[in-house]
Ligand binder design. Structure first.
Ligand SMILES: C[S@@+](CC[C@H](N)C(=O)[O-])C[C@H]1O[C@@H](n2cnc3c(N)ncnc32)[C@H](O)[C@@H]1O
Length: 186
């Protein structure tokens, strides 16, 4: 399907972003069950949070982003950077109790390739460490990253703490975007 068609389909279904189809595909493949507490990192405009609420009836979603996010029923949103997640009391109280952590975070690109590569790696490493701290044992983690020279390093680093690390390139993800998703189980 063309990129514009995914966008239209998302709009028709009441979702705020086409990103929902990427997450939906990964969730289908990983066959996750018993999802209650979910942490959505880099959540705005809110497509992934909407999908989680729709898909898992009893879920409680906690979402953070440096940008604002319009209210979604069933989602507790905090305008904060992932670097300061420890400052959010309601999320901290659930440390070790999240069944699923999802991250679609992408850093702002500078256009200077070495700087961008470094920024992506640093943010991804921080994200997988944060996710590990908040997940319960057996909990699942899905994180966006990019196909670049650091991907192997990142994956190996993730394998040090997570079990069953896998890579997904969903059909709804633009080929030229280079984005790719890492999945791991704690
Ligand atoms: C691709 S968008 C997420 C789309 C979302 N998954 C959806 O379905 O609507 C990436 C988000 O990451 C956020 N972001 C970037 N750096 C961040 C950080 N340090 N902490 C929290 N969010 C961040 C951006 O503000 C942006 O909203």
């Amino acid at each position: 399907m063309q990129s514009d068609n995914w966008t239209q389909k998302a709009k028709d279904m009441g979702f705020r972003s086409r990103a929902v189809f990427k997450l939906e595909e990964i969730l289908k493949k990983t066959r996750l069950k018993n999802i209650i507490n979910v942490l959505d990192l880099g959540s705005s405009p809110g497509g992934w949070s909407q999908l989680i609420v729709k898909k898992y009836n009893n879920s409680r979603v906690f979402a953070i982003d440096i940008l604002d996010m319009e209210k979604i029923e069933g989602v507790n949103f905090y305008k904060e950077s992932i670097e300061n997640i420890h400052l959010i009391k309601n999320i901290n109280q659930l440390k070790g109790q999240f069944d699923l952590v999802i991250s679609d975070i992408a850093p702002n690109l500078t256009g200077i390739s070495a700087t961008d590569l470094e920024n992506i790696l640093v943010l991804n490493i921080l994200t997988k460490d944060v996710a590990f701290n908040y997940l319960n044992n057996g909990g699942s983690f899905i994180m966006k990253t990019f196909q670049n020279n650091n991907l192997k390093t990142l994956r190996k680093n993730m394998e040090l703490s997570y079990n069953l690390v896998q890579t997904y390139k969903p059909a709804a993800s633009k080929k030229q975007s280079g984005e790719i998703y890492l999945y791991g189980v704690k």
